[in-house]
Design a protein around this ligand. Structure first.
Ligand SMILES: NC(=O)c1ccc[n+]([C@@H]2O[C@H](COP(=O)([O-])OP(=O)(O)OC[C@H]3O[C@@H](n4cnc5c(N)ncnc54)[C@H](OP(=O)(O)O)[C@@H]3O)[C@@H](O)[C@H]2O)c1
Length: 251
């Protein structure tokens, strides 16, 4: 059985790098038209061109997820260009490495405003549109293994992702009746711009030795889980919180 998304319209936030860029390509390869949202438009435009060259429809949308007006305008622009959204991959996020005693208010706000408030209002804007159009949909929130089990020195990040997990369950409860499935994926360590420099440090090398298989993942390692949650075949999966962390939180 093949997982296909032909005729579906998807939006991926944080599509300008790392996991989001990969998710957008995976959905497009499966047949979806994809709206690419983030702040760095030149990167989104470049990715949209690559996706279009491979034969799918893609459209770049400027969006700062910390700004609710920008979120609503971005969702409206995506739908004007491609049509009503069927799938959201709610992926934008930032991290900050700090001991608890050293966290500054602006750092706390940046992480919470992006990872939690941002994710909430993006999902709200897309969910409202799906409900108004009486169309079923899929929302995939990208949380983190850190939301399942706090990781040292990224307390605020871990807290924000734990809240995204609770948000996922709340939305699944409230929106199931509209045919909207809301699930969370909790990736473990995947090498992207969010952590690339870290793996070369002493701390990074030490951490690598403590990982179950002593390896960091690649964005491609999440292809299957995101595609499954976007596809019709996962219709009975709602409110699930799925670790995709190579066993990091299994013990
Ligand atoms: N890599 C990992 O090991 C890992 C593990 C668990 C979970 N995650 C989660 O996976 C998601 C993607 O992370 P990544 O590793 O791909 O990191 P990344 O390469 O740094 O990408 C982060 C993305 O978020 C976007 N973003 C940040 N602030 C934004 C804002 N205010 N408005 C709109 N978009 C914003 C960035 O786009 P612009 O800067 O262009 O706006 C960028 O596209 C995040 O939610 C992260 O927490 C990552």
């Amino acid at each position: 059985m093949e997982l296909k998304l032909d005729g579906k319209i998807a939006m991926v936030t944080g599509a300008s790098s790392g996991l989001g860029a990969r998710f957008a390509r995976v959905l497009a390869e499966a047949g979806a038209s994809v709206a690419l949202a983030a702040r760095r438009m030149e990167r989104l435009e470049a990715l949209a061109q690559r996706i279009a060259a491979a034969g799918a429809r893609a459209h770049a949308v400027a969006m700062d997820v910390t700004d609710v007006e920008s979120v609503r305008a971005g969702v409206a622009a995506a739908e004007a260009a491609l049509g009503p959204l069927d799938i959201l991959v709610n992926n934008s996020g930032v991290s900050a490495t700090r001991r608890i005693g050293e966290v500054e208010e602006h750092e706390y706000d940046r992480v919470m405003d992006t990872n939690l408030k941002g994710a909430f209002f993006v999902a709200q804007a897309v969910g409202r549109s799906m409900i108004a159009a009486q169309r079923p949909g899929r929302i995939i929130n990208i949380a983190s293994a850190a939301g399942l089990r706090p990781l040292a020195q990224i307390s605020v990040y871990s807290m924000s992702k734990a809240a995204v997990i609770h948000m996922t369950r709340s939305m699944a409860l409230e929106w199931g009746r509209y045919g909207i499935n809301v699930n969370a994926v909790c990736p473990g360590y995947i090498e992207t711009e969010i952590n690339r420099d870290y793996w070369a440090t002493e701390g990074g090398k030490k951490l690598l030795q403590m990982l179950p298989r002593r390896r960091v993942g690649t964005p491609e390692d999440l292809d299957g889980i995101v595609l499954l949650l976007a596809a019709e075949q996962s219709r009975f999966v709602n409110g699930a919180v799925i670790a995709a962390d190579d066993g990091l939180t299994a013990a």
